[in-house]
Design a protein around this ligand. Structure first.
Ligand code: IPD
Ligand code: CA
Length: 282
């Protein structure tokens, strides 16, 4: 994809993310229709569906030759169903990352729009309407927040595990073995650091590392739409996005280890006791 086309994609994605943020703001504080998906803490509301339909409708209209993957599987063609990731230009959308937060009026929610080519992210746009932050990144061109370039601050990049602030999530695992593994990891690593925080949106947590809010993040069980746009924001800000075992991330494998430096990523990876396995995304 040439630079000019990528710039057009970025402009469209930013406009759509801001419009989607307005849809989220309009629904805020109102009674929501909430459905459970894979577990009692994996939720979807009518706004998730409406935002995804809107985004895919517009993206499909402007980029008919591209492919589309979204959390709610609406796919924008009215037919539903999920497309799989190929080397073709593919829009990967999470209409609301942090749906549980959205349901509880906790402000850390965002819309996440990524574009991959050759199965790697080339564009990421994450808009958080309730904290008014718009993160963007183009491959090789750096990352921004609200129009200003962002880099992982040197202070954050120089931290070691013993003085790092860590971020993770309990997640929405329904089986007991996985729930226990998540707790073993927190116990093994939490007491060796400055502390562990949890904001309930994987995308925002990756973007926060890019700004130097916290130093490392790990999570299991999330999907490609939770990480692909914000992962590029962090990479372009100079951070590291790996598999939890160390080494390159497979965006479909449902495991992420993110940090403000390679040294810290290595320390966190070595300190994790459990690397949970999931059926990969397609
Ligand atoms: C969830 C959030 C949350 C993470 C879950 C995700 P959703 O996304 O990113 O931080 O713990 O694993 O599923 O369902 O709110 O889009
Ligand atoms: Ca979601």
């Amino acid at each position: 994809m040439n630079t000019e086309t990528l710039l057009v994609c970025e402009r469209v994605a930013i406009e759509l993310a801001i419009a989607a943020g307005r849809m989220m703001s309009d629904a805020a504080g109102k009674r929501k229709e909430v459905r459970e998906k894979e577990s009692a803490i994996d939720l979807v509301t009518e706004t998730d569906i409406a935002v995804e339909r809107y985004l895919f409708g517009e993206l499909r209209r402007q980029f008919p030759a591209h492919r589309f993957i979204g959390e709610e599987g609406t796919n924008g063609d009215g037919g539903g169903g999920q497309q799989s990731l190929t080397a073709e230009p593919t829009w990967i959308v999470d209409p609301i990352d942090g749906t549980t937060n959205f349901v509880h009026n906790f402000p850390f929610t965002c819309v996440s729009i990524g574009l991959t080519v050759g199965k790697e992210p080339v564009l990421g746009v994450v808009y958080c309407p309730f904290i008014d932050k718009l993160y963007t990144a183009r491959k090789g061109m750096g990352a921004t927040c609200n129009g200003r370039p962002i880099r992982v601050p040197p202070l954050s990049a120089s931290r070691r595990l013993a003085d790092a602030l860590l971020i993770t999530e309990l997640g929405s695992h329904k089986d007991l073995d996985k729930q226990q593994a998540v707790l073993r990891n927190i116990e093994a690593i939490g007491w060796r650091s400055h502390g562990v925080r949890s904001f309930g949106s994987t995308a925002i947590q990756l973007c926060y590392l890019a700004e130097g809010y916290g130093d490392a993040f790990w999570h299991f069980g999330m999907h490609v739409w939770d990480i692909v746009a914000a992962g590029l924001v962090l990479i372009e800000a100079g951070g590291v996005v790996w598999d939890t075992r160390g080494g390159p991330i497979n965006w479909l494998n449902r495991r992420v280890l993110a940090a403000t430096s390679e040294q810290l990523a290595r320390e966190v990876s070595a300190a994790l006791t459990d690397h949970l396995e999931y059926e990969p995304d397609k």
